[in-house]
Design a protein around this ligand. Structure first.
Ligand code: GLU
Length: 244
């Protein structure tokens, strides 16, 4: 299939190997696969999102590959996010150099959850560590910390943003509603938001197919694309499978 800019479709399926695939994953994978294959010429990539090494397991990776094969899907490339940490660190360093992220020493469970894809809405961070002075940050630099986006500074730089969703149409981005999201968690050095944004661009993904439970995340991804000078893909957020 040829995309809007005359470029062959590159789609991806990006499961986190924290468990077995469910039917919703199968729907995403089949849709992404078919978008790249029909009528021809596109590429369907598989990306294992295993940055949370405490929760991801090799046996789940093997089961995911088995299930995709059983579904009759063939992929054109397979990457593991755990092998791509240097890319995420480099992007974080660029944001650090521009003062768009700040260290966060908070130990809330919300920080621990942030390397996983946020299916649904997370509570907005009250900004505690944004208020720390440079001296306080220096004094605590040896303590374990993550990095949060300074949302107000970020949206002031980018101005208004939008993206195209195949189902919902033209969407005005509203990342500010989600506050200072975590871009690097303490123990993973990155986050779902940062890794997925970097990888979709680095892999030349033209079309992101995923469940509508990740719709809110796209507001953040659009903002990160603008901050890092990355092209926005087209989005296809599909309905969730919720019953028999
Ligand atoms: N890794 C995420 C998940 O398993 C999906 C990420 C995405 O498609 O952007 O839910």
């Amino acid at each position: 299939m040829i995309g809007g800019q005359g470029v062959a479709v590159v789609s991806r399926f990006a499961p986190s190997p924290t468990g077995r695939l469910h039917l919703g994953h199968a729907l995403s994978a089949i849709r992404a696969h078919d978008l790249a294959r029909a009528p021809s010429a596109g590429r369907f990539l598989l990306r294992i999102e295993d940055i949370d090494e405490g929760r991801c397991r090799p046996d789940h990776v093997a089961a995911i590959l088995d299930d995709l094969t059983w579904l009759g899907l063939e992929w054109d490339g397979l990457v593991f996010q755990s092998k791509r940490r240097a890319l995420y660190a480099e992007a974080l360093a660029r944001l650090q150099a521009r003062g768009l992220v700040y260290p966060c020493f908070c130990t809330r469970a919300g920080i621990a959850a942030s390397s996983a894809a946020p299916h649904g809405t997370a509570p907005v961070y009250p900004g505690t560590c944004r208020a720390l002075s440079p001296a306080e940050r220096t004094a605590r630099a040896h303590e374990p910390h993550g990095w949060r986006l300074d949302m107000t500074a970020a949206v002031a730089i980018t101005g208004p943003l939008a993206w195209h969703d195949a189902t919902a149409g033209h969407i005005t981005a509203d990342p500010a509603a989600q506050g200072d999201v975590v871009l690097a968690r303490k123990d993973a050095g990155t986050s779902y938001h940062l890794a997925v944004t970097i990888d979709d661009a680095a892999q030349g993904v033209t079309d992101v197919v995923r469940g509508v439970d990740l719709f809110a995340a796209t507001h953040i991804h659009r903002l990160l694309q603008a901050l890092l000078g990355l092209p926005p893909p087209r989005y296809h957020h599909h309905r969730l499978l919720t019953d028999a």
